[in-house]
Design a protein around this ligand. Structure first.
Ligand SMILES: [Zn+2]
Ligand SMILES: [Zn+2]
Length: 217
């Protein structure tokens, strides 16, 4: 997908290109923010140290930069589902190495119905389907609903963004489980997944992990 060489197995990417991807090797244990190269693992970023987000841990194997950005936007906006498949395989391999427990449920971050109509598919649900198959964890894509259209967050300043995302989601029924993984494509500020986690933790959920393809540096 990235050069003229033959891909490995069903991956669609060669070893050289895979090695050259912007890996998020040194990341905050809370929000997966990329940290300086020499940071030891298990460190929290300044923001998470000051106030730990409502979710417990974020795992995102790649940084949202260089070749990862066009792969993700192709997957999200231009129907390039093969890019999504490749990135999800990378995420699944990464999870295999890094998770110490399996959540009971996968919860893809929902799109507002206007966006879903526009795009025809929810990229987070596509990711969740592949992860569900690989790890044998069920998906719930109905209980969590987005009733406010909060897509164009990047045009807003920090305070307006927080206001905009607050109460954007509802649970149509209580989840009688203790642990979930929220599935998203890119974690930018973490506000969306923090808001959902806040909602989940008002119920029986005690552990919320966030699994995403990439994290914005
Ligand atoms: Zn290549
Ligand atoms: Zn952090």
């Amino acid at each position: 997908m990235l050069c003229d060489a033959v891909g490995m197995g069903d991956r669609g990417i060669c070893q050289g290109c895979l090695d050259d991807l912007p890996w998020n090797r040194h990341a905050c244990l809370g929000c997966a923010l990329p940290l300086p190269d020499l940071t030891s693992s298990g460190t929290l970023c300044g923001k998470c140290q000051k106030s730990h987000p409502h979710f417990d841990r974020t795992l995102a194997p790649l940084k949202y930069e260089r070749e990862v950005a066009p792969l993700i936007s192709g997957f999200k906006f231009r129907n390039r589902l093969e890019y999504g498949k490749l990135l999800t395989q990378i995420l699944a391999d990464f999870l295999e190495e890094h998770i110490d427990h399996r959540p009971e449920l996968l919860l893809p971050v929902p799109l507002h119905k206007n966006r879903l109509r526009e795009r025809g598919y929810n990229q987070s649900l596509e990711i969740a389907h592949l992860l569900s198959k690989r790890f044998g964890i069920p998906i719930d894509f109905q209980s969590l609903q987005r009733h406010r259209d909060t897509e164009h967050q990047s045009e807003l300043n920090y305070t307006d963004r927080r206001k905009n995302i607050k109460h954007a989601f509802t649970l149509t029924q209580p989840l009688n489980i203790k642990s979930v993984a929220l599935i998203d494509d890119v974690i930018t500020t973490g506000e969306t997944v923090a808001e959902i986690s806040r909602l989940l933790k008002r119920g029986s959920v005690q552990q919320v992990d966030v699994w995403a393809l990439a994290r914005t540096p």
